[in-house]
Design a protein around this ligand. Structure first.
Ligand SMILES: [Fe+2]
Ligand SMILES: [Fe+2]
Length: 167
């Protein structure tokens, strides 16, 4: 499909994808630093690797947008939310990865509908990456005993009740 025939909704999907990927970069980068402060260097390294993967996704989207002749302009990033421990962080990450999966699934379906094969394949590849992330996260959560049923109170301040760094 030629450059001038790109459906505006496809550009919208690309813009929202960039916002979500950069949200993931900010979230995983923050978590790497946070668990590092908690002394959990192994988890910090995993979060750092995920940060790089999400940055590579963001880069692919920027490249795709440039090829389509549009300026990358991510809008609002979602703020990183508080969680008191690793399980809480991973639960938040499964929510974010689900947003990415849902977004890429919808974008792929729309491209199929309008016969935009090139962008459809682009979104499909990202969908598969995020589905893979989701499965890895679920496996990590299971190793830690699975997700919690209830929420947790905010501790407030820059230290939680165990004296660990928080926000
Ligand atoms: Fe991603
Ligand atoms: Fe991801």
């Amino acid at each position: 499909m030629s450059m001038d025939a790109v459906h505006p909704r496809v550009l919208g999907y690309l813009g929202r994808a960039l916002s979500l990927e950069l949200t993931a970069v900010q979230q995983y980068m923050t978590q790497a630093s946070l668990v590092g402060l908690w002394g959990d260097e192994a988890s910090a390294e995993r979060f750092r690797e995920e940060t790089v993967e999400e940055m590579q996704h963001a880069e692919k989207i920027v490249q795709q947008m440039l090829q389509l002749g549009v300026a990358p302009a991510a809008s609002q990033l979602q703020p990183v939310r508080h969680a008191p421990d690793l399980v809480g962080l991973l639960e938040q990450n499964t929510e974010l990865e689900q947003q990415l999966v849902d977004h890429y699934a919808e974008a792929s379906r729309f491209c199929a509908l309008i016969n935009d094969d090139a962008n459809g394949a682009f979104f499909q590849a990202l969908l598969e990456d995020e589905q893979h992330h989701s499965r890895e996260l679920e496996a990590w959560l299971q190793q830690l005993g699975g997700r919690r049923r209830r929420g947790y109170a905010r501790y407030g301040g820059s230290r939680d009740r165990r004296g660990r760094a928080t926000f």
